[in-house]
Ligand binder design. Structure first.
Ligand code: TXA
Ligand code: MG
Length: 362
C-alpha cells in the first residue's frame, strides 16, 4: 500500500488534506493525524470494521483499549454515562483542560464497540486541541478512536516522518502538521465517584488535577476526604518529591499498560547522576547519552543528545521521543538516560524514561 503524506500548512493544502482524510475515514480506513501530544492513528470509533484496521496496522494486541476523541463536548453524554457523584468533578476538569491533553476514563454506553474498550465497562475519552485533528474530526462528525501512530511497543511519533517510519506502507494517509507541541501522550485519569485515579502521567500535571479536585470539593462540602495519596505513591515504590501533600483526591496507579512501552530497540539504562558517571572507556562499546541539560565534559560517549540546554522541562518533554529515536538510530550498543527533576512535567518524562529502561533492570 502506498502511504501519502499530505501537507496542511496553507489553507488550500489543509482543505485538501481534510477532504482526503474524511474520505478515507468514511471508507472505513485509518488515517494518521497530528494531535497536540503525539501523532494518532484515527478511525471511526463506532465502526468495529474500521477500528480493527488500527490494531492490524500497529500490530497491537486486542486487549489494549483505545482512546476515543470527540468532535464536540456534546458527544461526551452520547458515549459515556457519567455517574451523578462524578458529574461536578468531570465538568470541572473539562472546563479547565478541554480541549487539551487530558483523557478521562468513564463508564461507557452500549454504542461503544467492545473492540474500542477491550470489553471494559469504561471508555477513555478526550478532545484534542490540535487544529488539524479538530478540522478532520469536526468534518467527519463522529468520534475517532486513535492510539499513538507507532507499531506496538515502540516510541510514540512526534513528527509525520516518525509515523512514516513506523507505519509507511501499512496505512493510506498521514496528515503532516509538523512537530507536536507537548511530545508526550495525554494524561489519563479515571474518575471514580468523587476521586481521580491517575493512570498515566502526562502534560496535565498532578498539581493541576489536584487543584481542580480541591475547588470542586470546596464547593461540595458533603464529599469526604476519601484518600491519602502518599500510600499509593509508596506502593509504586516511586517518590514524588514535588507533589505537595495537598494532592488529596488524586490516586496514582500503575495502569494496565505493558512495561516495555516506549522502548527503543537499543538497550537503555537510567542514570541518576551522569556528571559523576565514568563510562568504561576501555570497552569497545559505543555508548549514547540522553542528557537533561548539559553534556558531561571529558566523558567517552559516541553520541550525546540534550533534551533542553536551559533545563526547561516543557522543551525536554517536547523533544524526548525524537531524541530517543535519534539515539536508537545511532548504531549504539547501549544508551544511558539521565534522570530529570521529578516536578511538574518531569513526572511524566521520568515515567516514560522508566518504561524505556525497565527491561534493563536486573
Ligand atoms: O495523547 C494521547 O493520548 C495519544 C493521542 C493520539 O491522543 N493517544 C494515545 O493512545 O497515547 P494509546 O492507545 O497509545 O494509549 C492509550 C492508553 C493505553 O495505555 C490504554 O491501555 C489506556 O489508554 N486506556 C484506554 N482505555 C482505557 C480504559 N477504559 N481504562 C483504562 N485505560 C485505558
Ligand atoms: Mg501508545
Amino acid at each position: 500500500m502506498e502511504t501519502r503524506l499530505a501537507p496542511t500548512h496553507t489553507p488550500e493544502t489543509l482543505h485538501q488534506a481534510v477532504t482526503a482524510a474524511v474520505a478515507e475515514l468514511q471508507a472505513g480506513n485509518p488515517v494518521a493525524l497530528p494531535t497536540e501530544t503525539v501523532y494518532g492513528l484515527a478511525a471511526d470509533a463506532l465502526r468495529p470494521g474500521a477500528v480493527v484496521k488500527i490494531f492490524e496496522a500497529k500490530e497491537r494486541p486486542l486487549f489494549d483499549p483505545l482512546i476515543v476523541h470527540l468532535p464536540s463536548e456534546d458527544w461526551l453524554e452520547r458515549i459515556t454515562a457519567i455517574p451523578p457523584r462524578s458529574r461536578r468533578l468531570v465538568e470541572g476538569l473539562i472546563r479547565r483542560f478541554w480541549p487539551g491533553p487530558l483523557t478521562l476514563v468513564l463508564p461507557r454506553r452500549d454504542n461503544v464497540p467492545d473492540l474500542v474498550s477491550s470489553g471494559l465497562p469504561t471508555v477513555a475519552v478526550r478532545m484534542s486541541a490540535h487544529p488539524v485533528f479538530n478540522s478532520v474530526c469536526s468534518a467527519f462528525g463522529r468520534p475517532l478512536a486513535a492510539p499513538s501512530a507507532n507499531r506496538f511497543g515502540r516510541i510514540s511519533p512526534t513528527t509525520a516522518q516518525h509515523v512514516m517510519t513506523e507505519l509507511g506502507g501499512r496505512i493510506p494517509l498521514i496528515l503532516n502538521g509538523g512537530a507536536t507541541e507537548y511530545g508526550l501522550e495525554s494524561t489519563i485519569v479515571k474518575v471514580e465517584g468523587s476521586v481521580l485515579r491517575l493512570l498515566r502521567a502526562g502534560p496535565v500535571t498532578p498539581e493541576g488535577l489536584g487543584s481542580v479536585w480541591r475547588s470542586v470539593k470546596e464547593s461540595q462540602a458533603e464529599i469526604p476526604n476519601e484518600v491519602d495519596v502518599s500510600e499509593f505513591f509508596e506502593k509504586l515504590g516511586i517518590t514524588f518529591p514535588a507533589i505537595p501533600p495537598s494532592n488529596e483526591g488524586l490516586l496514582i496507579e500503575a495502569p494496565g499498560q505493558l512495561l516495555t512501552h516506549y522502548a527503543p530497540m537499543t538497550p537503555m539504562r537510567l542514570l541518576p547522576r551522569p556528571l559523576d558517571f565514568v563510562p568504561p572507556t576501555a570497552s569497545k562499546r559505543r555508548l549514547g547519552l540522553l542528557a537533561f541539560s548539559q553534556a558531561p565534559a571529558g566523558k567517552d560517549f559516541t553520541q550525546v543528545e540534550i533534551l533542553s540546554a536551559t533545563g526547561d522541562l516543557r522543551e525536554a518533554a517536547a523533544t524526548l521521543f525524537a531524541k530517543m529515536r535519534s539515539l536508537d538510530e545511532g548504531g549504539l550498543d547501549l544508551i544511558y538516560a539521565e534522570a530529570v527533576p521529578e516536578t511538574g512535567l518531569g513526572i511524566a518524562i521520568m515515567d516514560r524514561l522508566r518504561k524505556a529502561t525497565v527491561q534493563n533492570v536486573q
